[in-house]
Design a protein around this ligand. Structure first.
Ligand code: 4AD
Length: 455
């Protein structure tokens, strides 16, 4: 009852508080600051209230004492309420730990928005250990959790690092259509779209468009959403994913592989050096080993020998033979056993896409590469592209595709063809590897897979 009468007022004689984000507050020892955020944790004993504040830039431990701790207003605080805290940043004494090594000694605060208590309290909405599908319904709230938000921070740093690498390698970023009338990776995974009465699809890959601008822009990349109506429910398939794709001209297959090695080693190095993402990767994946050049190169033919020697069976439960797809389970067993990044190269023509170039020394196989990482398996697919028009037409025929719809693509072989190649990286897959997540669903803000298209 006594607390009812205690009102909270700002002491006007204190130095003016500087408005800061939490990340800045960490470096503002002995300064009076004003910092706004969400109450991430809340604990009180009689005369002290401990708050951990979160604003997306970091976490800040704050302490309320005296009248502030006793005031009625303070007793109404709940998790996820927003507040603005005013106070002095104090370095923690030896032996005590808190984010940034500091604590905010609060002298005044304002409530911006109180979150519900009781049945509707935040912790009831995203209870730990709740059914995954319930947590996905509450994804907008679950994203506030420490693990998911850490993965999303690493995701931002990864995309920034990839763009930095492309800038250093002088690739130009382009944006291409998502609504298309051509397929890239086979008809079975197309999402169909009624486009003003015409048949259209959501794009599976931006590759063909990237190829068309080599002649005007040189080496190019894009980071766009790709869509796949995957029938399989696996831990590494989404219906919509962020596809990092690049296309490079006048290069050999070996050049392409070296480019990929540089991409993975340098990009990962930049992420690990990032002051925000680096420590988060360590926290999420303490055993993470940054990849080193050169990557192990293994041909498809050698992989079959390896799989058979290790008694790993194909999809029919038999020994692997030439032409078999190395499906997810077998691929994962092989990758995990070998334990380092692998360039799996030279896949048979029959199990790869229409556009892939054959190897001169072995025309049954293609200049193709899958990059396999421990714990995830394939994170990248790439190849050299057929650059001769007749061979390309034969590829369309083999796959039963009407080439007339692809005139804008085939024209590239007529108006000055060139050797070229490229690849696509699944952003969520590279993250699952980097952040040690069980499934790519944990690496997408609002994952889409069959049965889920919300929120
Ligand atoms: O191997 P994919 O199908 O290759 C292509 O689409 C090429 N056209 C890319 C190119 O050369 N420009 O897909 C490339 C990568 C895969 O290695 C995987 O990482 C990711 O895209 N991927 C998926 N990620 C999540 N969910 C799915 N359903 C995915 N399908 C492919």
């Amino acid at each position: 009852l006594e607390s009812m009468n205690i009102s909270i007022e700002q002491d006007k004689t204190l130095p003016e508080a500087r408005k800061v984000k939490i990340s800045q507050a960490h470096g503002a020892a002995d300064e009076r600051v004003k910092v706004s955020g969400w109450i991430h944790r809340l604990r009180s004993n009689k005369s002290l209230v401990f708050v951990v504040l979160r604003d997306g830039s970091g976490f800040l431990q704050a302490i309320l004492s005296g009248d502030l701790a006793l005031a009625y207003q303070t007793s109404t605080l709940t998790l996820e309420s927003t507040v603005t805290l005013y106070g002095t940043v104090k370095k923690l004494p030896e032996g005590k730990t808190a984010p940034g090594g500091v604590e905010l000694v609060v002298d005044y605060y304002e409530i911006i928005g109180l979150a519900p208590a009781g049945e509707d309290a935040f912790t009831n909405k995203v209870a730990e250990g709740a059914d995954p599908s319930l947590l996905l319904d509450q994804r907008h709230l679950a994203l506030r959790g420490e693990t998911l938000s850490a993965v999303m921070k690493v995701r931002g740093a990864l995309l920034k690092s990839i763009r930095r690498f492309y800038d250093e390698e002088q690739l130009t970023e382009v944006s291409v259509p998502s609504m298309v009338q051509t397929q890239v990776e086979g008809g079975s995974t197309l999402f169909h779209l009624n486009y003003y009465g015409e048949e259209a699809y959501l794009t599976q890959s931006s590759q063909l468009y990237l190829e068309t601008v080599l002649a005007s822009l040189g080496d190019v990349f894009c980071i766009m959403e790709s869509f796949r109506a995957e029938k399989s429910h696996t831990r590494r398939h989404l219906s919509e994913y962020t596809h990092i794709e690049a296309e490079l001209s006048f290069l050999t297959f070996e050049d392409l592989l070296v480019h990929l090695e540089k991409l993975f080693t340098r990009t990962i190095k930049y992420v690990l050096e990032d002051p925000v993402a680096g420590p988060l990767v360590k926290q999420l994946n303490p055993g993470f080993k940054a990849p080193e050049m050169p990557f192990l190169r293994m041909t498809y033919r050698d992989a079959l020998v390896w799989l058979n020697e290790h008694r790993i069976k194909n999809e029919e439960g038999e020994e692997f033979k030439f032409g078999d797809d190395i499906a997810e389970a077998a691929e994962r067993k092989m990758t995990d056993t070998i334990g380092v990044p692998i360039f799996l190269i030279r896949f048979p023509v029959a199990i790869k896409s229409f556009y892939m170039k054959r190897c001169d020394d072995d025309p049954e196989v293609t200049e193709s590469v899958d990059v396999l990482m421990p714990n995830v398996g394939e994170i990248t697919g790439g190849s050299m592209r057929i650059d001769q028009i007749d061979e390309l037409m034969a590829g369309f025929k083999r796959e039963g595709i009407d080439p007339s719809l692809y005139y804008w693509y085939t024209d590239q072989r007529i108006y000055g063809t060139c050797p070229h190649g490229g690849y696509g990286i699944g952003t969520e897959r590279i993250l699952a590897w980097l952040c040690d997540r069980f499934t790519v669903r944990d690496c997408s803000l609002y994952p889409r897979f069959s049965g889920r298209c919300k929120p």
